[in-house]
Design a protein around this ligand. Structure first.
Ligand code: CA2
Length: 146
């Protein structure tokens, strides 16, 4: 069976994880979360590439490039979640499964976090489970890819 190629995209400010607001995001860094995803992927015959950027344009370009290099996308857009129609449109043009992932549960926080413009183009949303969500997201996309 061919390996599933998964791209994990992390948006704005996610590079700061582990440095501030541990009561919301825990003490793990983004690298720790990606490592958990990669460990689960190895068990499931999948590979994980990852990219974090504070630039919306870089994320959009990465999604476009993934059309020919990856089978599935897991994306935690950070605050882009709540307003980036550019990321919405880029994901809509991606043929494989897309899982939207959040460390916290945005729906239990401020009202402006309750809107996601990414959810309408995602196969599934995982939120509020901290680092475990990264493992579950890998399982989800591998399951969807069959
Ligand atoms: O819960 C999530 O994963 C979020 O995507 C995290 C975003 C937030 O804007 C979303 O509403 C929910 C924020 C990521 C950046 O977090 C920081 C961590 C440490 C210090 C400053 C920001």
């Amino acid at each position: 069976m061919l390996e599933s190629r998964i791209l994990i995209l992390s948006g704005v400010n996610l590079g700061l994880l582990g440095q501030r607001q541990p009561e919301i995001y825990g003490t793990d860094t983004l690298d720790d979360y990606i490592a958990r995803a990669r460990q689960r992927a190895e068990i499931l015959n999948a590979t994980v590439d990852d990219l974090q950027s504070d630039s919306e344009a870089v994320i959009v370009e990465a999604i476009a490039a993934a059309r020919s290099t990856h089978d599935a996308i897991i994306i935690n857009p950070g605050a882009f979640t709540h307003y980036s129609w550019a990321i919405h449109d880029a994901l809509a043009a991606f043929d494989g499964p897309v899982v939207e992932l959040h460390i916290s549960n945005p729906n239990s926080r401020e009202a402006w976090r309750h809107t996601s413009v990414v959810s309408p183009v995602a196969n599934a949303v995982i939120a509020g489970l901290g680092g475990h969500g990264y493992e579950l997201a890998v399982e989800a996309v591998v399951g969807i890819l069959g």
